[in-house]
Design a protein around this ligand. Structure first.
Ligand code: GAL
Length: 416
């Protein structure tokens, strides 16, 4: 356990004591500690404060939520879960299966969530017909985020193919700018690989390999080519990328120290928080050859069982999260798009409007697919195996694409 985690767990002891105390208190465990993330969450805190609810914050730093999920596991094992926790996809279902989640179905029925939340998300927010979580947003991972001034300086044009992206990265290199802002942490590398696989093999291949775990697809030449392409991208990072937090990589693009970051649209939250404007300061394009497909994840607030006197606060939290005006205000800041299909795009910038239009198109075409890196492809053990193999390859511990393919297949089968 790191010293930061020890400090975090020490903090939870205090949390336990106060957990009993307040009936008009909502508690939330989350990993939204970057500038953009915290700003977005403040919208919810303010909305609940207006209704007279105190906010008990349980933040556990670490993009992608690995640290937060470790901390949560310990709290649940100790019989001391928070009222609610940020969670991704299959993890919600694991807690539901374990009998740990609460039931907010009455609020869901009263407010008609089943008519406005996409079916793909309902699969993860409900368990055996009961609502156990609320989706606060829909993020997608197949995006490129460019610094516009650097892009213009090197004579950039939107890369429509993987090779065009590589040519653009070469131009940045020649101009003395770091081409690819990269955070070398397993979840970030795996998140980028989701897009690389989609670009290399297309939506049907992605679905076969990552959603169906089809052996032939996992062991295919296309998977090998995907690792080859990932290796190409690696050659455009700066030497200090290992271990870097995702938001520090975004900051490199914001400052113009790097050309581009491949990241989920939470990166946009950092641009917005730095008062940068879509279209004039930064540009968002889909990862080349993935326009028309959306690799999504959705942050859910999963509800844990609470005592009867705290049910009202839990319902208030769920209801505030699902309010259309909140879903607009929050997602404008967060970089994601609303999890409700009935929220207008009027308040959103060009990237947000594009995100909403792309989502609609992908949903209609059957090309809205869950992110394996971000908890929406497979159960947590398999997602973890994926992170492990991709990061070992990225950092050179697995040396060739052939062995990466074999290791990935082996690790996925072992985790099944
Ligand atoms: C993702 C999450 C996003 C963002 C990101 C970086 O897993 O869905 O909301 O917070 O991690 O922390």
């Amino acid at each position: 356990m790191t010293s930061a985690m020890v400090a975090t767990f020490a903090g939870f002891a205090g949390f336990a004591a106060s957990a009993q105390a307040q009936v008009k208190e909502v508690q939330m465990l989350h990993w939204w500690t970057s500038g953009g993330e915290a700003a977005a969450l403040n919208v919810l805190k303010a909305d609940l404060a207006k209704q007279g609810y105190a906010w008990k914050d349980v933040p556990v730093a670490g993009g992608g939520g690995e640290g937060a999920m470790t901390a949560l596991k310990a709290m649940v094992a100790a019989g001391n879960p928070p009222m609610a926790s940020q969670m991704l996809g299959y993890i919600v279902l694991e807690y539901a299966e374990g009998g740990k989640t609460g039931d907010i179905t009455a609020t869901a029925t009263k407010e008609g969530w089943d008519k406005v939340v996409p079916k793909a998300l309902q699969k993860f927010a409900t368990y055996k017909g009961k609502w156990v979580a609320v989706p606060v947003n829909i993020h997608s991972v197949n995006w490129l985020w460019f610094n516009k001034a650097v892009f213009d300086k090197i004579g950039g044009a939107e890369p429509k193919t993987f090779d065009e992206l590589i040519a653009l990265l070469d131009k940045a290199k020649a101009a003395g700018v770091v081409p690819l802002a990269m955070g070398g942490q397993p979840w970030q590398e795996a998140t980028m690989f989701d897009s690389v696989v989609m670009a290399t093999g297309g939506a049907d291949f992605y679905k076969k390999a990552f959603l169906d775990l089809d052996e032939a697809a996992l062991k295919s030449d296309t998977m090998k080519k995907s690792f080859d392409n990932l290796a190409k991208m690696r050659s455009y990072t700066d030497p200090n990328y290992a271990g870097r937090d995702w938001n520090l990589a975004t900051a490199m693009v914001i400052k113009g120290d790097a050309l581009v970051q491949v990241m989920g649209d939470w990166a946009k939250g950092e641009f917005v928080n730095a008062k940068k404007t879509a279209g004039s300061d930064f540009l968002c394009f889909r990862f080349p050859a993935t326009q028309g497909t959306v690799i999504y994840n959705s942050d859910m607030f999963a509800m844990f069982k609470v005592s009867a006197d705290r049910q009202e606060a839990q319902n208030a939290l769920a209801s505030a999260t699902m309010s259309p005006s909140f879903q607009s205000a929050f997602n404008v800041i967060k970089g994601s798009v609303p999890a409700r299909t009935d929220v207008p795009d009027a308040a959103f910038d060009a990237c947000g409007k594009k995100g909403m239009a792309d989502l609609k198109e992908a949903d209609a075409k059957g090309t809205l697919v869950g992110s394996l890196a971000q908890g929406y492809g497979q159960a947590p053990a398999i997602a973890q195996a994926y992170h492990d193999v991709v990061t070992k390859f990225f950092h050179g511990e697995i040396k060739t694409s052939e062995s990466a393919v074999a290791e990935l297949d082996k690790a996925i089968n072992a985790a099944k």
